[in-house]
Design a protein around this ligand. Structure first.
Ligand code: COS
Length: 384
């Protein structure tokens, strides 16, 4: 499902204005307080942002992938912490339920995720299972009408706020790979779940991650996603295909913000008797950033269109995530360089963005994992 072009354009311009008028002025406060003001959370709710990608029948806006990336480009223009708050409900926290949940699971959770009444988190990563997600050790043992979960999940985005975790756990103890993994919808707080302290991160202040510890956590058998054992890893991979495209769009938004700030600074700042924007070496940096951000935008729009057509875009989503996240790293580096000494100072947003965007090359699959996904797909296709 997608919005008609006029409605999408109205929504996009509303979000663009909201970002510029409400969110950008609050960036320093969010970074300082490491939190998002309650009134902003409420405004997100009213704008429908928690349920952008949740189908309309469950109270969401029902955006298709092309629509969603159009909005993510706009949200990327400000601190990633704002987007992170609504990111899990629209992406990795809800898409597993949308794709593979039972009708009851959809009915129970999606309406509350769409309004933001419930915040969801995706609990895949563990202390010993990061890129090799299929090797996870958290266990789920069936006991009558319950499963008993034990293990530790690490770096869980929105963990401290979450009322619902999609927990990936091993239901087949005879396996040590992806084949024995299932997904569970685990409500919080509940006995057997405890949270570690908030992680102290390099950037993205205002977005919270923590360990989620499961100790004999007892969930009803109905918490098994889709009611099917050992299908969880494929759910995780499908959810990540989509998430990688969304994150790519956020990278482009951030790059466009960095370019805007760099251009404004370069046109203002004078050295050698004229604005540095007139120096060819500075122009080269601006032009490289512009061309690369444009290339990433085109890749994302094309891949999103393919996904809306129902095509498998695992390879393209990985290409896009790899290119866009690496691109924004280069753009941020040039932005600091263009700002010179000022770019190393906290008064300028580029210093904060430089730290914030570093995460994009790591989460939802590192660049090296994207390379692996792309190359494996190339080889598979060549063998056909
Ligand atoms: N969509 C649907 N199914 C998929 C899939 C996808 N995108 N990718 C893999 N699968 C399926 C495979 O087809 C395979 O199924 P069969 O056994 O029936 O053939 C199964 O899942 C296992 O796949 P594979 O053998 O490729 O698994 P690996 O253990 O080799 O892992 C990688 C694959 C490395 C790509 C995966 O572990 C990964 O993406 N790691 C990064 C994790 C990540 O992004 N973490 C971020 C934290 S969440 S913010």
């Amino acid at each position: 499902m997608s919005l008609d072009p006029e409605t999408l354009e109205q929504f996009r311009s509303t979000i663009a204005r909201f970002v510029r008028e409400r969110l950008i002025p609050l960036e320093d406060r969010v970074a300082e307080e490491d939190d998002i003001p309650a009134e902003i959370v409420e405004e997100f709710r009213q704008l429908g942002l928690f349920g952008m990608s949740i189908p309309e029948e469950y109270g969401g806006l029902g955006l298709g992938m092309s629509d969603e990336v159009a909005i993510a480009f706009e949200l990327g223009f400000t601190s990633p912490a704002f987007r992170s708050l609504i990111g899990t409900n629209n992406g990795i926290g809800s898409q597993g339920i949308i794709m593979d949940g039972t009708p009851e699971q959809k009915q129970t959770y999606l309406p509350r995720l769409a309004t933001g009444e419930l915040i969801s988190s995706f609990a895949l990563t563990e202390p010993e299972a990061g890129s090799d997600a299929g090797s996870l050790r958290t266990s789920a043992r069936r006991e009558g009408e319950f499963y008993i979960l034990n293990g530790t999940k690490r770096f869980i985005t929105n963990g401290p706020r979450a009322g619902l975790f999609t927990v990936f756990a091993r239901t087949d103890p005879s396996t040590s790979d992806a084949s024995g993994v299932s997904a569970f919808l685990v409500e919080a707080p509940s006995p057997g779940i405890s949270l570690g302290p908030k992680d102290r991160k390099m950037g993205q202040a205002g977005s919270h991650t923590c360990d989620v510890i499961l100790q004999d956590c007892r969930v009803p058998a109905s918490a098994l996603l889709g009611g099917v054992e050992n299908a969880g890893f494929k759910t995780a991979m499908k959810v990540l295909d989509r998430g990688r495209l969304h994150i790519s769009a956020v990278c482009v938004g951030a790059a466009e913000r960095l370019i805007r700030d760099s251009l404004a600074y370069a046109m203002e700042r004078k050295q050698f008797g004229r604005p540095i924007a007139e120096q060819q070496l500075v122009q080269a940096m601006l032009a490289d950033s512009r061309a690369e951000a444009y290339a990433a935008r085109c890749m994302i729009e094309n891949t999103a269109r393919m996904k809306d057509e129902g095509r498998n875009v695992s390879e393209e989503a990985a290409c896009t995530k790899m290119f866009a996240s690496e691109m924004v790293g280069r753009v941020a580096d040039r932005a600091v360089q263009i700002h010179g000494g000022a770019g190393y100072m906290r008064e300028y947003a580029v210093e904060r963005f430089y730290r914030d965007v570093r995460l994009f090359r790591i989460y939802e699959g590192t660049t090296q994992i994207q390379q692996l996904v792309i190359a494996r797909s190339m080889i598979r296709n060549a063998r056909r």
